[in-house]
Design a protein around this ligand. Sequence first.
Ligand code: AMP
Ligand code: TRP
Length: 329
Amino acid sequence: MERILSGIKPTGELTLGNYIGALRHFKDFQNRGDVYIFIADLHALTMPIEAETLRNNSRDIAAFYLASGLDPKRCTIFLQHTVPAHAELNAILQNYLYMGELKRMTQFKDKCSKMNDNQIGLGIFAYPVLMAADILLYDATIVPVGEDQVQHVEITRDLVHRFNSRYGEVLVLPRAEVTKVGARIMSLCDPSKKMSKSDPKGDIFLKDPLSVSRKKIMSAVTDSGSEVRFDPAAKPGISNLLTIYAALKDITPQEAEKRFAKFRYGDFKKAVAEAVEEELGPFKARYEKIIADRSYISVLRDGAKKASLVAAKTLRRVQKAVGLLSVDE
Ligand code: AMP
Ligand code: TRP
């Protein structure tokens, strides 16, 4: 049976990019295997964040997970820090990834290239070690992520080869699974930039009122010409909107292009805005209800127990392999 694991870090307000690239698909994996979905709260500490913000974002992600159709009876949902084995395996694995390879990670370079060494925390540098621990603790075979996280899954694979060639078949080799349509949703203001949690104008936030997301789509940057055509190099703005539409309707961007071949930009944007509203409207209503009834709390508590059992077993296997003396009977 496949083991599927993924997480989102509670660093900011989730965007339509997170939704399309990751969140929306998590529920489908419940039919394919044993699913573990967590809130990467320890990873959120790798860049400065207010305590209250971290707490609120973590609640939000828990509620978003449930609103997206993840069913706690069919999967395990938990907060990373509530399973201490993540930090314990991290302490072991940090010795098997090297400074050179960590320095080359795109995310590290993007986040830290303008900072000097006295501002860069060890956590952001060692980010992939903790992420490897997250994945390996559950013997995950599939890791659903957006495109920007593939490199981190690749370095985890390198680590598995390195570790297993020294100690035998101890760790399970995972692979990234990237969404077919929408693995990289771009900013609506600047389609050369990824839609991320930090650009209030170019991003649609899942918590935006529907009228606001509609406005953002209607004023999205388009390209010269007037033809609705899927061509990311020549028409990045229109292609991004086609991708959003296609992802939400479970069709390909080429099929979406056909649907809008005779449309003007304005009418096309209206259709995209409607597709977003149709999807996010009910999703947001479910989220509001879950936040109000606080049902996520017991889900996270049960999830921590279930996840801890699985994680503890893997941790013991690794401790034994590297020679940490056991005093269990
Ligand atoms: P993060 O916000 O970095 O914790 O990302 C959570 C998940 O959303 C990861 O799987 C990312 O790859 C995915 N993701 C983030 N931004 C985008 C985007 N603009 N388009 C598609 N997927 C994204
Ligand atoms: N690094 C991921 C992100 O920024 C979040 C994450 C942490 C994760 N640990 C993980 C994703 C393990 C998949 C598997 O999106």
